[in-house]
Design a protein around this ligand. Sequence first.
Ligand code: DGT
Ligand code: CA
Ligand code: CA
Ligand code: ZN
Length: 618
Amino acid sequence: MTHRGYAGFQTCVGRCKLGLMSQTNAKLSRIFQQMADVLEVLGANRFKVIAFQKAARVLGELTDDVAGMDSKELRSIEGIGKGMADRIEEFAETGGLPEAIELFDKVPPGVVKMLDIPGLGPKTVSILWRDAGLEDMAQLTAALDTGELEELPGFGKKKIENIKKNLAFAEQAGKRAKIGEAMPLALWFVEQLKQLKQVKQIQYAGSLRRGKETIGDLDLLVAANEKDAGAIMDAFVGLEVVADVIARGETKSSIRTNEDSGGKSGVISGGGGMQVDLRVVPTASYGAALMYFTGSKEHNVRLRERAVSMGMKLNEWGLIKTDSEKVVAGKTEEEVFKALKLAWVPPELREDRGEVALAESSHKAGDAIAGPPLIEVSDIKAELHTHTTASDGMWSIEELALAAAERGFHTVAITDHSKGQVQANGLSDERLEKHIVAIRKVAEKLKGKIIVLAGSEVDILADGRLDYPDSLLKELDVVVASPHAALSQEPAKCTTRFLKAIESPYVTIMGHPTGRLIGRREGLSPDMGALFKAAAERGIAMEINANHWRLDLRDTHAKAAIAAGVKLAINTDAHRLANLDHLQYGVLTARRAGATKKNVVNCMTKAALAKWLKSTRT
Ligand code: DGT
Ligand code: CA
Ligand code: CA
Ligand code: ZN
């Protein structure tokens, strides 16, 4: 039983009509399960609780979409009575279920959150809330330490210890790693396990393979002979970074890395305390298992439905004919997709955002891969946002330019901070004038090796003005305009502010447009549609800042930007050497947005880039 996604689904009950067709079953199943839990916390009639539990289970397993059924069809489903059929119809028609919202309002949100903790069922939560008066996690944590809970019915020392443990675990599990922490950790594990002679194939799967900005846990998949699985598990749980073995099974194990796995292994930075799941499957199932464990769950549901409609079933073992149990495909992802009459879908697109339809039409057109080729790191030929020692960077202009040349780039822009960024040693008007001269000097020296452009990362002030006068901006080749302050401005004000900045005739790129820091700062929420429209008209680019703290624009924004005809820029915003490696995360974000190299200015040829830069000066 899972209780996850309460907050997310509450917004869904209210709003999300999009994706109704695809996910009605899953969403309603979750809603019904949560209704059952809340009813139980409230001490409702047992039969009512059971009816909701049953409906949740039935919907969770049903392959036909309830959204398309009339009430007669609904009631003919085993386990769905008239009351549930009515609720399903209402939800399918309106996209909401007011009864659920009303019900959830009866219980404090903090109490509903308690249901998320593994081992805390509705009965226990009910006692904690109604008998002990605990209303949120903080109160629960405090009460666990005082010993007062031992007085409650059914609460012994052991039970309290267990709750404590689960609470600590839930806190840890609730933390999602940034992709820049998870990726090096995953690559390290892959490297270690590859050395085992029993490992035939290995790959990281899950959200990391899909390139998501944050990662809950790592999912590693290995192909090997069945008899070798034990030895592989032994090696896995014995690795030096393992702090905790959560489960050790014959073909599946889960571990938690120690808090400082980076320090120990010497190659991993970050990712401490992450859960890592390893599964071993036979080679014949490797492709099907890779698909299954890459997800997303929603994408998998889509594919399973498609398999069923073709008289087959799809699971982690393979694609199997329903009547004869004959295995149709399973060894590689490509052959499974092909047998489903689909082109192979790049993992970054597997989010149930229209990729199955895309894969179908690509397959019909005879293409092996769904959609046009997505952008790759090797397509990037220019870096347009960097910092040197002149502001808060670690490198000189020349060191930076040479590192960019080393990467095979034809162009690099030096864009130090503007004067408003006092804490980052932003450049005053006079210092910028001198800096431009210094950049031109290095440019001259490195002629033939790399083009070095003079730029600035200019603050967009709270009222939309830029932090340098036009007379100075005019002298620059590249102006990245970014917000660094007034980052909790209300949306309408911020939209006006940014539109004003975009209208400046000297802006080339709008840098990290929301100013968010993942897991730390929400950032701004301007009307992105309005900004994209203005940016498209001006012909300027919107940045995907590749730093793993930012990834701003995020994937969904970047997708909307492309649809609006806006050019994207993928920049590392490098302050130090290691930052250049973040380029891959910016590219993954762009791939999740469906970007090709045509959408990204950093992929232009030397001449095309120069021409575009000029064209932004209107
Ligand atoms: P995360 O770890 O929260 O960042 O996200 P994922 O996508 O890596 O999720 P995870 O680790 O729970 O599971 C890995 C994949 O396994 C997931 O993307 C799809 C598949 N999977 C897991 N549980 C289910 C399930 O109940 N149904 C289906 N269809 N697929 C599942
Ligand atoms: Ca995962
Ligand atoms: Ca997992
Ligand atoms: Zn910057």
